[in-house]
Design a protein around this ligand. Structure first.
Ligand code: FES
Ligand code: FE2
Length: 368
């Protein structure tokens, strides 16, 4: 197996620190070439979370989404099944659907070719202009869609590993949460566009070594010495116990039960899940360019949680933003260093193993 660091086409010697022994070279965080390579090898070849199944309750309900660089949509068919297709018209490539909504037919806004919910061509204006076209052989390119815990996952390729195999037991870990994942309803959603490569916020998320420095005040509820990290397939479990501090009992956003716990973790390549007594938060990253990343926050509660802990946008977002801004600040500082000849990762502590694991997983995708 070729080592990621010695991949000849991807290593830029001028940016590798003479001291660095571990970690990715700096150019992996800004190179256009590597970004394009990642789009091909990672983002088109993984399952990614795009929405909640409850968003698509009725036949014809659809949502559009970007899976890596692939515009896709998910639609519920007349049999109640979800279908996913590339959001590209086979006639000349126009975008078929926008946003989210309901449609009778998937109709191209350019010349009006229209397709059923399974993606088969059902009609086109002035069909006589295409004497050699067999409409029954024309369809929208398919991807795959599967559900776990009410979360819709899409894969841009039409064949390959199932979601359950891909999750590799990560769902068993999350199923220890005492609330039903299927019953979660979205109560808030917002996003940031951060000037950083997508891998930096993930690496930051994968280690809690920084907790007592970066979040010394904001995350006092977590007990950093007793966090349990467990690699699971391509993913990474981070089981976080709470302290029994007074602070925990009164914390407005995290509402930790004293001696309680939070099931947290990373689902490769871009989903982070965090449970709390009162809600679940999910972070989703979408790479926009080598140095720009969309960072979305979704907040969910079950009906019981909504009743017991009514969601207050102002209060909760303020608390979240405080913690996230602390993280964004360090992530930006990493991004600002990657052109430095001194940039590198000298050593990783055991509690930073999530980063090594992430890099090992990446190396499988970076192979030519
Ligand atoms: S591009 Fe869609 S109908 Fe022409
Ligand atoms: Fe953090």
């Amino acid at each position: 197996m070729m080592n990621i660091f010695s991949h000849p086409s991807l290593v830029d010697e001028t940016t590798s620190s003479h001291q660095a022994k571990v970690g990715l070279p700096g150019n992996y965080y800004f190179s256009e070439q590597i970004f394009a390579y990642e789009q091909q090898t990672i983002w088109r070849k993984t399952w990614q979370f795009v929405g909640r199944e409850s968003d698509l309750a009725n036949p014809g309900d659809y949502l559009t989404c970007q899976v890596g660089d692939q515009p896709m949509f998910v639609i519920r068919d007349n049999h109640g099944k979800l279908q996913t297709m590339h959001n590209v018209c086979p006639h000349r490539g126009a975008r078929m659907l926008e946003g989210q909504g309901n449609c009778q037919r998937v109709r191209c806004p350019y010349h009006g070719w229209n397709f059923n919910y399974e993606g088969n061509l059902k009609g086109l204006p002035r069909a006589e202009c295409f004497p050699n076209l067999d409409p029954s052989a024309v369809y929208l390119a398919k991807g795959r869609v599967e559900i776990w815990g009410g979360f819709i996952f899409v894969h841009p390729e039409s064949q390959g590993e199932s979601l359950v195999s891909y999750l590799a037991g990560f769902s068993d870990y999350l199923n220890q949460y005492k609330h039903s994942w299927e019953e979660l309803q979205q109560v808030d959603h917002w996003f940031y566009e951060e000037p950083a490569n997508w891998k930096f916020p993930i690496e930051n998320y994968l280690e809690c070594y920084h907790l007592s420095v970066v979040h010394a005040q904001s995350l006092k509820c977590f007990d950093p010495k007793n966090i349990i990290y467990t690699p699971t397939g391509r993913h990474y479990q981070i089981f976080v116990p709470f302290t029994d501090d007074e602070f925990v009992k009164n914390h407005p956003a995290f509402l930790g039960e004293p001696k309680g716990q939070s099931y947290q973790g990373f689902i490769f390549p871009n989903m982070m899940v965090n449970t709390a007594k009162d809600k679940v938060s999910v972070f989703k990253l979408t790479p926009l360019s080598p140095t720009r990343t969309k960072f979305e926050v979704f907040i969910y509660q079950t009906k019981a949680q909504i009743e017991e802990f009514p969601y207050q946008i102002e209060k909760f977002r303020t608390e979240f933003e405080r913690v996230l801004n602390e993280d964004f600040r360090v992530v930006r500082s990493l991004q600002a260093s990657v052109h430095s000849q001194a940039y590198g990762v000298l050593q990783l502590a055991d509690i930073e193993y999530g980063i090594s694991h992430f890099h090992q997983v990446l190396s499988g995708y970076y192979q030519p």
